[in-house]
Design a protein. Structure first.
Length: 123
C-alpha cells in the first residue's frame, strides 16, 4: 500500500488483533473503517505511533491526498473532542490517515490538549 502523503510504502502491522498500516518514511498511520476507534480503546495503543511528530506537522500541511484503497480524494476531518487534531478520511471506504504523532495525541487527551482546543484555528 502506498502512503497517501509521501507516496512511500506502508507496512502492515497489528496490535491487539487490530490491523493498521504505517508508512516506512513519514510514519503516518492508515486505519480501515472504525479500526482507529477500536484501537483507541485498547490500553497502550498510542505506542504504535512511532513516527516523529515534527515530520507529522510538516506532512499535515499536505492537503491533497488520495485514499490508498479507493484512490479518491480524502477529506480533512477534525476530531470533535480534540479539534486541533486534523486527520484525513475517505468518504467512500471511511478509512482514516493520521500523520505521525496524531494518533498518539488522539489516544491521550490531556489538559494541554483542552487548552489547545480553546485556541485551535479553524482551517
Amino acid at each position: 500500500m502506498e502512503c497517501p502523503k509521501c507516496k512511500n510504502t506502508m507496512k502492515s502491522n497489528s496490535y491487539k488483533d487490530v490491523e493498521y498500516e504505517q508508512c516506512s518514511e513519514c510514519g503516518g498511520l492508515w486505519f480501515d473503517a472504525l479500526e482507529a476507534e477500536e484501537l483507541v480503546e485498547v490500553k497502550d495503543a498510542a505506542q504504535i505511533d512511532t513516527g516523529d511528530p515534527k515530520t507529522g506537522k510538516k506532512m499535515n500541511k499536505t492537503w491533497e491526498a488520495n485514499c490508498p484503497k479507493c484512490n479518491i480524494p480524502m477529506m480533512p476531518v477534525h476530531d470533535l473532542e480534540q479539534p486541533h487534531i486534523q486527520l484525513e478520511a475517505c468518504p467512500s471506504c471511511h478509512g482514516a490517515f493520521f500523520d505521525a504523532g496524531e494518533f498518539k495525541d488522539f489516544c491521550e487527551e490531556t489538559f494541554m490538549d483542552r487548552v489547545k482546543d480553546l485556541f485551535a484555528k479553524k482551517r
